[in-house]
Each structure stands twice: as structure tokens, then as C-alpha cells.
Write a protein that binds this ligand. Structure first.
Ligand code: UD1
Length: 388
């Protein structure tokens, strides 16, 4: 008698989801007993924010695209829920896998939980303890209704236990985003983006900025821009600009100065391979992204986080990440110090070894109890044998 086929629906919606879902889709493909489909919610839809990642990371075209597009926090979340429910009714999966902390994550997790379908959350338990961030609300709620909570670092398990999550649901598996980085690192090195932008290695700082808390508030954004004008006197800044940030720059009249500023190069959002090459070639990175804090930890590039907190404390412990907030002087002095001293390199966080997706898939496969004695159980590893 053969093992039951497990039906899995994987969800991706916004840019940082694509590099997390890619290794899972690739692993599922290798396993005969899993039928996995990919649902793209369409939260991000520009070529630069979506299609390019599917090409760069060899992700098969989504089986379903909900095409929800942009909207307010609540409208976007509600739209995704409305359009995802019929997909679940049709597909009747055993498990829905959601990744990260975007609106697509909570929307699809909630529909699955209400439909009696098991939810697996990849990157569970991260907490900034700042409920004004939409991502924090998404994290807490998704974890509360998940059946499988896959974590990337030890702090996550502590956070989940504090919130009353059953320990048996928590699996420490490593970091799928790092699986992608390690897999595509050599390919990214072949990108010609430095030549295209006229840059030489280690001659520039790389900047990304898109959090509502940083770019929607005129005072905070102007403060960051003022710090950048200090830093530009010492090092060139390369700034691939997120669409939200572009809108805010236009609304606050910040483009007049930015377009003529010395030592500031603003580009469109870049694909995965070009961005990875640019990051690896930079002297340091300034960012408010979560994933970039993790990627710089593996690449051993100093990272200055332009937020007052991080949900990824392991990146600070690893020595590469400095959380500085949005104060002009603090940003400038941290950047100048890093230009002078660099950052101490320590060893990579535990289990950030390129095998996280493999561990997750084994646990998901372990869901399906073989019907009777089965000869094909070699791929099934008891979750209890895995490191928690
Ligand atoms: C979302 C995530 C954030 C993640 C980020 C990565 C939530 C709550 N936030 O923020 O956690 O770090 O993605 O980029 O889910 N837009 C375009 N083209 C696109 C997508 C967006 O022009 O393809 C513009 C739209 O004007 C939109 C704005 O960007 O209103 C913001 O997009 P949205 O998906 O609402 O959130 P992000 O700021 O991208």
C-alpha cells in the first residue's frame, strides 16, 4: 500500500515572500507523495516587485493568481481572504503554508483556519514588540492560528511559549531565505549590475527604505534624508527605491533635492540576483527591511537598521547588525563608525545552512501517516527527531 498523497497549498504575495517560498516549492517537487500548488495573491504585481523574482529564482509560474493589487491594510487583507476562500474549497488541501509577515500571510492563514485546514507558518515567532507595525499584528495573529510553527532562531520559540503556543507545534528548522541566498549566491556573482551602475566593489553604501513608520511620516523621512546628506559626504549611496517610498518622496517634495544630490544614485527596485550582487559588493547596508538584516549576517556585510527595534535579534548577536533608529545623529555616527572599523565577523546562526526547506518538507510529509505498513517511508522523519 502506498503512502497517502498530501495536498499542499503554498502562498506567496509580496516581494519578500518569493525567496522564502522558492526553496519549499523546489523541495516539494522532489517528493512524490506531495502535490503542492502555488497561489500568488497579487499583493505585489509590478514586474520589478514580482515577475522578476520568479525568473531569477526558477520558481514555476503560480498555479493561481488572485490579482488583489494594492489597497489599505484592511481592504487588501479582506480582498485576499475573499478571493482565497474559493481556492481552498476547490483544492481541499491538507495544509496551507504561509511565509513571513505580510498581509497575504495572515489573510490566507485565517481563511485556512476557518475552513478547518491545517496552517503551517514559516518564520514563526519573530517579534518586534511594536504593535503599531502592520507586520507585527500579522505575525502574532498568524502564529495564534497555526498548527505548525517553523522558526528561524531561538528567540522565536521563547516568544511563542510566552504567548501560550503549545511546544509540540514549534519546530526549529533554520531559515528558508538563507537557503535561497546560499543556492543563488554564485549565480548572483555573475550579475553585471555593478558595471551597469558604474560602481566598483566596496565603494558605496546600499540603502533600502519602505516601512510605513519610516516613509509615511514626513518628519521621520526628512530626518533620514538629512542623515543621508551627511553620509553622502563620505561615501556614495545606492538606493533602489520601493514604489511606496517613491510615492512618499514625490508627495513630500523630496525629489527636487534627491535628483541633483551628489553621491546618491536612485534606481528602480532590483531583481534578486542584481540586488544580491549589489549587497555583497557594498561596504555597508542601511535598511528597514527584515530579510536584509538576515542576508547581511550571512554575507558578513555591516548592516545599520533604520528602526527602533528588530524582530531578528540573532542578527545583532551575530555582530553584523546595529539597530540605530531614525535619529539623524545616531544614523550618521553609526555609519561613519562602521566605515572606519567594519564589523566583527562571528559564526553564522545555527541551522542557517541551506537545509531549512528540506527540514520543513520532511515534517509536512510526516503528517501523512502511512496507511498500513508502507515501504516508502524513508522520506518521513519524525518531527521529534528534529532539533527543536
Ligand atoms: C509589504 C509588506 C511588508 C514588506 C514589503 C516588501 C504588508 C503589511 N507589508 O509592504 O512587510 O516588507 O511588502 O516590499 O504586507 N506598489 C506598487 N507595485 C507593487 C506593489 C506595491 O506600486 O507591485 C505600491 C502601491 O502603491 C502600494 C504601495 O506600493 O500602495 C505599498 O504596497 P503594499 O503591498 O501595500 O505594502 P508594502 O509597503 O509593499
Amino acid at each position: 500500500m502506498s503512502a497517502k498523497t498530501i495536498n499542499v497549498v503554498c502562498v506567496a504575495g509580496a516581494r519578500p515572500n518569493f525567496m522564502k517560498i522558492a526553496p519549499l516549492m523546489h523541495e516539494f517537487k522532489k517528493i512524490g507523495s506531495v502535490d503542492a500548488i502555488l497561489v500568488h495573491t497579487g499583493q505585489h504585481y509590478d514586474k520589478n516587485m514580482s515577475d522578476r523574482f520568479f525568473q531569477d529564482l526558477d520558481i514555476p509560474a503560480p498555479d493561481v493568481n488572485l490579482e488583489v493589487g494594492s489597497g489599505s491594510q484592511s481592504c487588501q487583507t479582506a480582498q485576499i481572504m475573499k478571493k482565497f476562500e474559493p481556492v481552498l474549497e476547490r483544492e481541499k488541501p491538507d495544509v496551507v503554508i504561509v511565509v513571513g509577515d505580510v498581509n497575504s500571510t495572515i489573510a490566507c492563514a485565517l481563511v485556512a483556519a476557518k475552513s478547518g485546514v491545517k496552517v503551517a507558518h514559516v518564520e514563526a515567532g519573530l517579534r518586534s514588540f511594536d504593535r503599531t507595525m502592520p507586520e507585527e499584528v500579522n505575525r502574532v495573529l498568524t502564529d495564534a492560528i497555526s498548527d505548525y510553527l517553523f522558526t528561524t532562531e531561538p528567540s522565536a520559540k521563547k516568544n511563542l511559549l510566552r504567548e501560550g503556543i503549545d511546544e509540540d507545534k514549534i519546530y526549529f528548522v533554520g531559515n528558508v531565505m538563507i537557503d535561497t541566498l546560499l543556492k543563488f549566491r554564485a549565480r548572483a556573482e555573475k550579475s553585471s549590475i555593478l558595471d551597469t551602475l558604474g560602481l566598483s566593489p566596496k565603494s558605496y553604501a546600499l540603502l533600502t527604505l519602505h516601512r510605513p513608520s519610516n516613509v509615511d511620516d514626513e518628519k521621520d523621512l526628512s530626518n533620514i534624508v538629512a542623515a543621508l546628506s551627511d553620509i553622502r559626504k563620505r561615501i556614495k549611496i545606492v538606493f533602489p527605491m520601493h514604489p511606496r517610498t517613491r510615492e512618499r518622496f514625490a508627495a513630500f517634495g523630496l525629489f527636487q533635492d534627491a535628483n541633483t544630490a551628489d553621491n546618491l544614485l536612485i534606481t528602480e527596485p532590483l531583481g534578486y540576483l542584481d540586488f544580491m550582487k549589489l549587497m555583497n559588493g557594498s561596504q555597508l547596508v542601511m535598511t528597514d527591511s527584515g530579510g536584509i538584516q538576515e542576508e547581511t549576517t550571512i554575507l558578513q556585510i555591516p548592516c545599520v537598521t533604520l528602526r527602533n527595534n528588530t524582530e531578528r535579534p540573532i542578527t545583532v548577536e551575530a555582530g553584523t547588525n546595529t539597530v540605530v533608529g531614525t535619529d539623524r545623529e545616531k544614523i550618521t555616527s553609526a555609519v561613519l563608525r562602521l566605515i572606519r572599523d567594519g564589523c566583527p565577523g562571528k559564526r553564522a546562526p545555527e541551522l542557517w545552512d541551506g537545509k531549512a526547506a528540506e527540514r520543513i518538507v520532511r515534517i509536512i510529509v510526516g503528517m501523512a501517516k502511512p496507511e498500513g505498513k508502507d515501504e516508502d517511508t524513508s522520506a518521513v522523519v519524525s518531527p521529534h527527531k528534529l532539533d527543536r
